[in-house]
Design a protein around this ligand. Structure first.
Ligand SMILES: Cc1ncc(COP(=O)(O)O)c(C=O)c1O
Length: 397
């Protein structure tokens, strides 16, 4: 007989360490306000729906039309029956949007990182990775069997030291970083990374998951914002955040995409994203290209929220660099209590983020372009209410 007692032991341990997750169910479309399964209408501050596009009528219609024409399932992997006209159009649209020769579309941003890193690097190579890179980058590196060197978060002296000490032993040396760090909302110093890459002949891969749609004149991300796109020719993105849909992509020169389509296991051995997703992303890209007003609205509400919370001396905040706003806490239990009180007493969904996602517990707030000024003022007041019992003490990072 199977003995599953080890599973119960593991679950017990997670509960004891405050690490067992409680998953909330949403009953309505993603937006500034959502209804959850206990019938509560709450202000959403825990989504990645930065521009509010996840519930946009034109995107919904585009998705419906694509399903009507091509059906619900793509019927196979991209290399077999799963490449419709829409997949081809979408990869062209992503390349046009990103200003690259070509692109490859994956079922998610997670799979894009797994697929790209493991296809482009191998056991003869070294990868230098920021210690706060996302789990999908970490897993991609594991899958690649390349030698990994983790540099302290944005510490480029450490990065350069690791490269100097090790690079001669490897076929290729890759530097991989997120551009906007998803859990702290800070930004990678791309200019200096580009210099280091050039000096030591390293290849760079950047993940713009939380920057696409939010930074740059054409909303392509931090590489565009800092005028460094030519130094970062391999760019990973996701359509699940500002674009409001799902799927991930690699925008890169033609030969890299050709190799990905022939070698990337995440691309080759999984059924391709459905037509409804492709149609929705195509429309979302159109809307993002169409104007910057949603982006400006997002920045306006994010700034108001950050500066309002900053006046609350009980709260330790991150610096305002991106719309990702963090309130750091010392204990997991403190973060959980605060999040629960915000939800139960104030109808605000502000998730507690804890290990293994991050080392330092925190509340992570992500405003949406469709939040009103009143919504933001309400949240600032709610934090005054729930932080009354917090002891203002220095955070031990
Ligand atoms: C930096 C980063 N890369 C990749 C991903 C994965 O993207 P997706 O949710 O589309 O799978 C995430 C998701 O949170 C992320 O934060």
């Amino acid at each position: 007989m199977n003995d599953f007692s080890f599973i119960d032991e593991e679950l017990k341990l997670l509960t004891k360490e405050n690490l067992k997750r409680d998953i909330k169910t949403v009953l309505t479309a993603g937006g500034a306000w959502v209804e959850t399964s206990n019938g509560k209408r709450v202000l959403q501050f825990g989504s990645n729906n930065y521009l509010g596009l996840a519930n946009h009528p034109e995107i919904i219609n585009a998705s419906k039309n694509s399903v009507s024409k091509f059906g619900t399932g793509s019927t196979g992997s991209r290399l077999l029956s799963g490449t419709t006209e829409l997949h081809v159009q979408l990869e062209k649209a992503i390349a046009d949007f990103e200003g690259t020769e070509d692109s490859t579309f994956f079922s998610s941003g997670y799979l894009a990182n797994l697929g790209v890193i493991s296809a482009l690097t191998g056991k003869e190579d070294a990868i230098y990775s920021d210690e706060l890179n996302h789990a999908s980058i970490i897993d991609g590196i594991r899958l690649s069997r390349a030698e990994k060197f983790i540099y302290r978060h944005t510490d480029l002296n450490h990065l350069e030291e690791l490269i100097k000490n090790n690079s001669s032993k490897y076929r290729n040396n890759f530097i991989i970083t997120e551009t906007v760090f998803s859990m702290d909302g800070d930004i990678a110093p791309l200019e200096r990374i580009a210099e280091i890459a050039q000096t030591h002949s390293c290849i760079t891969i950047i993940d713009e998951a939380h920057a696409t749609g939010i930074f740059g004149k054409n909303s392509r991300g931090i590489a565009e914002e800092t005028n460094l796109e030519n130094k970062f020719p391999i760019r990973i993105g996701t359509c699940s955040k500002a674009l409001g849909v799902e799927g991930g992509f690699c925008a890169a020169p033609r030969n890299i995409n050709e190799l990905l389509k022939n070698k990337s296991r995440a691309f080759m051995f999984s059924t391709s994203p459905g037509p409804g997703v492709c149609g929705a992303v195509l429309k979302s890209i159109d809307l993002i290209k169409d104007g910057n007003w949603r982006k400006e609205k997002l920045w306006e509400v994010a700034k108001k929220l950050h500066s309002g919370l900053k006046k609350n001396y009980k709260l330790i905040l991150n610096e305002f660099k991106t719309p990702i706003i963090c309130i750091y806490l010392n204990e997991i239990q403190e973060a959980l209590n605060l999040s629960e009180r915000l939800f139960n007493e104030c109808h605000i969904w502000a998730p507690a983020i804890r290990p293994p996602t991050v080392k330092q517990p925190r509340i992570r707030l992500t405003p949406i372009a469709t939040h009103s000024q009143d919504d933001i003022e309400y949240v600032i007041k709610a934090f005054e209410h729930v932080s009354r019992d917090l002891k203002p003490q220095p955070i031990t990072f």
